[in-house]
Design a protein around this ligand. Structure first.
Ligand code: AMP
Length: 296
């Protein structure tokens, strides 16, 4: 039996031409292709998507591309962690088949000027805080859908609004790839795994747990029958502020449209974006009757 360190590295391709060759061969061999789009600096959250892809497909490809068009001018594009060799080792342990790690010029050759604007679901929350972000996300994801023509693509609920934007995009533009959204993977203490967690000092890491605690408090209030959004939001803010978080938003929204809610009729999604020192973290939790309690 092979040990993890002996596992075979996934095939690494950098160009669109190589990618198409490799995928054509897999398709010709009758293999069902699963795509996991990422920006790298992989962690267990990403790997859970790879495993979900393996459960449904028999050729699993991961794209690793820090997409410049989804970063604002004052965001962390330059310092975003790039750890391709380590990423490939993790993917070997999961027995992924292929990694596509293109250069910027391969994705956006000179002359590129077409962008995708998804409608109202992209407007509030992240859309408002990060103008242009979802335009960049939708554009690169549509390009990946076209490049891979995968049978299914796997995304995380960790980026809740992004998952709705991608579902809308896929439905509106007749994408043939099935969109799957998988649960958020958390650290042992509840912090949602994120490539950006590595920016946190150990002291800030402790304070970042306030996101998890505020979602647990929202869940608890909802379970006890609270339906006034303002009451739940006030409790979330209190917990975040007591940890020194600078809140971009901490709000309840309709789980499908993302419209803000004043009263919960049936279900809601609690959405958070909080800056801990200079690290901006997002998290969310669905409040649904009969939903399972939050557990890391
Ligand atoms: P990123 O590399 O941050 O762009 O994320 C790539 C994909 O992994 C996206 O679909 C994310 O929603 C998903 N993802 C990131 N963190 C997690 C997590 N903690 N649990 C599940 N999925 C995640």
């Amino acid at each position: 039996m092979m040990t993890a360190s002996q596992s075979q590295l996934p095939e690494l391709v950098h160009t669109v031409a190589e990618l198409r060759n490799r995928l054509d061969a897999a398709r010709a061999a009758g293999r069902r292709i699963g795509l996991v789009p990422t920006m790298g600096a992989l962690h267990e959250g990403h790997l859970s998507l790879v495993r979900a892809a393996q459960a449904e497909c028999d050729f699993v490809a991961i794209s690793i591309f820090v997409n410049p068009t989804q970063f604002g001018p004052n965001e962390d594009f330059g310092r975003y962690p790039r750890t391709l060799a380590a990423d490939c080792r993790l993917l070997a342990d999961c027995r992924a088949d292929l990694v596509f790690a293109p250069a910027n010029e391969d994705v956006y050759p000179s002359g590129h000027e077409t962008f995708v604007d998804v409608g109202s679901v992209a407007e509030p929350w992240e859309g408002r805080c990060r103008p242009g972000h979802f335009r960049g996300v939708a554009t690169v994801v549509l390009k990946l859908f076209n490049l891979f023509a995968a049978d299914a693509a796997f995304f995380g609920q960790k980026d809740y609004q992004q998952s709705l934007v991608i579902r809308r995009l896929a439905a509106d533009l007749d994408v043939c790839t099935a969109v799957r959204v998988c649960p958020t993977v958390r650290e042992h203490d509840g912090l949602a795994m994120s490539s950006r967690n590595r920016y946190l000092s150990s002291e800030a890491r402790g304070r970042a747990l306030s996101l998890w605690r505020s979602l647990c408090a929202a869940d608890e209030l909802f379970r006890r029958g609270e339906r006034e959004a303002a009451v739940i939001e006030a409790r979330m803010r209190e917990i975040l502020e007591s940890a020194g978080g600078a809140i971009d938003y901490a709000a309840l929204a309709d789980p499908q449209t993302l419209a803000p809610l004043s009263r919960i009729a049936d279900s809601a999604v609690a959405l958070l974006a909080v800056r801990i020192d200079s690290t901006r973290l997002i998290d969310n939790h669905l409040l649904v009757p009969g939903g399972s309690p939050l557990a890391p």
